[in-house]
Design a protein around this ligand. Structure first.
Ligand code: BG6
Length: 520
């Protein structure tokens, strides 16, 4: 492992954006090295994010973007490719974005070569030295691994081998690692170990793009900057919690990847565990990186290991058949490109999770996620206990449901509290009604794309929204018994038609209560 070097104190400044408002920015020069520079992720997410950040004045004072890829192109081709991508990503913004990149003096360099060839890294070292000397990159480097996961370790080794990983005093060298981080607990341990041979933990930024969503961060704001919610956030008042991550999309062109992942690795191990941790953790002493991550890890450690004897009752797996989503006929999972015709990969997963601590003992957390469900919606619902006794005649209170607090992560971002109110007129009747907060209505601006937050925080050296080593291992610890049981065929794979809310059997998860899934 590298000698632990204290991260440099990188100043952030309030920069003037084009519309005159202040924005966080990075008051230094830096190079952003994108491995997989001609690939899908870089084009879809990173380059548009950079352009939008340029408009907001959030890029480092001097930025050199160095693409690394196997495609044989030169600096000018790469520059043109990025500008084309940006133009296509948001035609309405294209001129403004291109102008902002120029005005901020963003420069593009390209290194053609294979990541497993040490020569590529020698050439990269030369380009970076030039960027420092001639273009103001100041020795600061953000290495972004937008490659297939198999190349994460290889890239880290290449960087260390070329002397590009250790931090000189007053500079930073950070490596941003995309998901999936490993494919099970042993491989995640091994990947951590390999990365640590080249980079110290404080240099490693593991991404979970859910953390960069404004509404996911708002879980912290709601819980810990308001006095009224926290007292009601525990077993005394909460009957159970539901977390839904539903997608109407199928596996798109990612069938080959998804075959090896399934819903468990693709969504539950990372996004669901992060949302669960933020929803259930104890208050941190501050919102800085380690205090927040300490509390998340503590919570993840409290998640009760799945009981092998109860797996069939606590976990429901499903796979979609052909059906109709939003009125359009769609094929079944096994007919998708890159998927085996007899695949047993799950595209739906529902489970009951127990948390063994004083706050949550006895409060089940029901989690479900799936592809080809009726709509795209992510939300967290706290369902409260019913009142102990209703002082109303039967019929006057038939439609009174227990209170619910719904945190809508996406789309229609907002918060809803369901409570009972008197129906106007006589006789005295009550009905459940919503009290709604909508982000769009309350704030007159669009939330930034998750990847803008990711890049800005990585430049600023704020790791709060990135996953620490022990966190990633804890979440793999939780799902590992399921990985094993699925591989042994111990948990049945139920069918559901595309466009429905998953297999019927998921309703039985709540077998020991009258609970039902919320219909989002
Ligand atoms: C990714 C998964 O991590 O998250 C995809 O690999 C999934 O399969 C995506 O579609 C969902 O992200 P979002 O931001 O659209 O909810």
């Amino acid at each position: 492992m590298n000698a632990e070097v204290e991260p440099p104190d990188v100043a952030s400044i309030a920069a003037e954006t084009v519309d005159g408002t202040a924005a966080e920015s990075v008051a230094i020069g830096a190079a952003l090295v994108v491995f997989g520079a001609t690939g899908d992720l870089a084009h879809r997410k990173l380059y548009p994010a950079l352009a939008s950040m340029a408009v907001k004045g959030q890029l480092p004072h001097r930025l050199v973007v160095v693409g690394v890829g196997r495609t044989q192109i030169d600096d000018d081709d790469f520059d043109a490719e990025v500008h084309n991508t940006i133009a296509k990503a948001a035609p309405d913004h294209a001129p403004e974005w291109a102008e902002a990149l120029d005005r901020r003096h963003v420069r593009f360099r390209y290194v053609a070569g294979s990541i497993d060839d040490p020569e590529t890294f020698s050439r990269l070292a030369t380009v970076l030295a030039e960027a420092d000397k001639d273009l103001g990159a100041a020795g600061n480097r953000l290495y972004y691994l937008a490659t297939i996961p198999e190349l994460f370790e290889v890239a880290a080794r290449g960087l260390a081998g070329a002397g590009l990983s250790s931090e000189e005093p007053g500079t930073f060298r950070r490596i941003v690692v995309e998901k999936p981080f490993g494919h099970d607990l042993p491989s995640a341990i091994e990947l951590n170990d390999e990365l640590h041979k080249c980079f110290a933990e404080h240099q490693i930024y593991r991404i979970d793009h859910y953390l960069a969503k404004e509404t996911v961060q708002n879980i912290l704001a709601l819980r810990f900057t308001n006095a009224i919610f926290e007292p009601l956030w525990n077993r005394r008042y909460v009957d159970h919690v539901q977390i839904t991550v539903a997608e109407d999309l199928g596996v798109e062109h990612r069938g080959t990847f998804y075959e090896k992942a399934g819903a468990l690795r693709d969504i539950v191990q990372n996004h669901v565990m992060q949302v669960l941790a933020l929803t259930a953790m104890e208050p941190p002493p501050s919102f800085a990186a380690d205090p927040v991550r300490d509390e998340k890890v503590k919570l993840l450690r409290s998640v009760r290991p799945f009981d092998p004897e109860r797996l069939k009752r606590d976990v429901v797996r499903g796979q979609y058949d052909a059906g109709e989503v939003n009125g359009v006929p769609v094929p079944g999972y096994c007919e998708e490109e890159g998927v085996a015709s007899d695949s047993t990969t799950e595209t739906y997963l529902a489970m009951r999770i127990e948390i063994d601590n004083w706050r949550w003992a006895g409060v089940p957390f029901y989690v479900r996620t799936g592809k080809r469900l009726p709509k795209r919606v992510t939300e967290v619902t706290l369902r409260y206990h019913a009142v102990p006794y209703l002082p109303l005649p039967r019929g006057a209170a038939d439609s009174v449901e227990p209170n619910e607090l719904v945190l809508r992560i996406q789309p229609d971002e907002g918060i809803m509290l369901l409570f009972a109110a008197k129906v106007p007129g006589s006789p005295f009747r009550v009905k459940t009604v919503p009290l709604t907060f909508s982000y769009k209505e309350a704030f007159d601006e669009d939330p930034p794309e998750a990847y803008e937050r990711v890049l800005l925080d990585a430049f600023l050296g704020d790791a709060t929204l990135f996953i620490r080593e022990d966190e990633v291992l804890q979440s793999w610890r939780i799902v590992q018994p399921l990985i094993d049981a699925f591989a042994r065929g111990e948990v049945p794979l139920y069918r559901y038609a595309a466009g429905t809310w998953g297999p019927e059997e998921a309703n039985e998860l709540m077998h020991d209560s009258d609970d039902t899934w919320r219909c989002p």
